[in-house]
Design a protein around this ligand. Structure first.
Ligand code: SAM
Length: 196
């Protein structure tokens, strides 16, 4: 059996992924800012497996250098206000042969499509709740060129794994083009390893 890893689930929310990793005998820290018990770290008490909830900002991790074998940003990296800062801090904590995984963050070729998606989302939120919910300057999306810049700045090689979401999903870009809509987001599993 593979050895248990020390893993950090960064932006863990209610900790469901931490729970799944802990069920596989990994040593897991679930890191988030929120502590409530409906979508925050307080939910850890509802899970059977043992993992450690840690209230922290992912730009300032309370862990020593090289402490983790695996870092996962699951639907959370795009909340970062500064990808270089967030990922530099992650890499500080990552062991030299460790793996960084980014998943469930929206990717665009064209930053204008990402900007349009944010505009649409904030507009809907404002309609529903009366304010745009944009006090945090989260980046909200990634572009492929952003990731290439980060590759050069951080010396990380990225590998893209693209799950098959079915034909209808694959057709979305063509449909958008035909109807004059913006580029739809893509969601990859991005695996990063230090190239040093
Ligand atoms: C969309 S949720 C994803 C939660 C969980 N990973 C999942 O897949 O269900 C994003 C999470 O990132 C957390 N988050 C956002 N910015 C953060 C930061 N700077 N430091 C730590 N957590 C952060 C939020 O509190 C939220 O729980």
């Amino acid at each position: 059996m593979a050895r248990p890893l020390t893993a950090l689930d960064l932006g863990a929310g209610n900790g469901w992924l931490s729970n799944r990793l802990a069920q596989r005998n990994h040593n897991v820290g679930a890191v988030d800012l929120t502590l409530n018990d409906f979508d925050g770290l307080g939910c850890h008490r509802f899970f059977d497996s043992a993992f450690t909830p840690v209230q922290a900002e992912f730009d300032l991790l309370p862990f020593p250098n090289g402490a983790a074998d695996l870092l996962i940003f699951n639907a959370s990296l795009h909340y970062s206000e500064n990808y270089l800062k967030t990922l530099s801090e992650s890499l500080r904590v990552l062991a030299p042969n460790g793996t960084l995984v980014i998943l469930d963050s929206p990717f665009y070729h064209d930053a204008r499509s990402g900007g349009q998606m944010v505009e649409e989302r904030e507009g809907l939120f404002a309609k529903q709740y009366g304010f745009r919910s944009n006090a945090l300057k989260s980046r909200n999306y990634l572009t492929y060129s952003t990731l290439q810049e980060l590759r050069a700045q951080l010396n990380v090689d990225w590998r893209f794994i693209t799950p098959n979401y079915g034909l209808l999903w694959e057709m979305r870009p063509f449909k958008a083009k035909l109807l004059g809509g913006r580029e739809p987001a893509k969601f990859h599993v991005v695996v990063g390893r230090s190239s040093d």
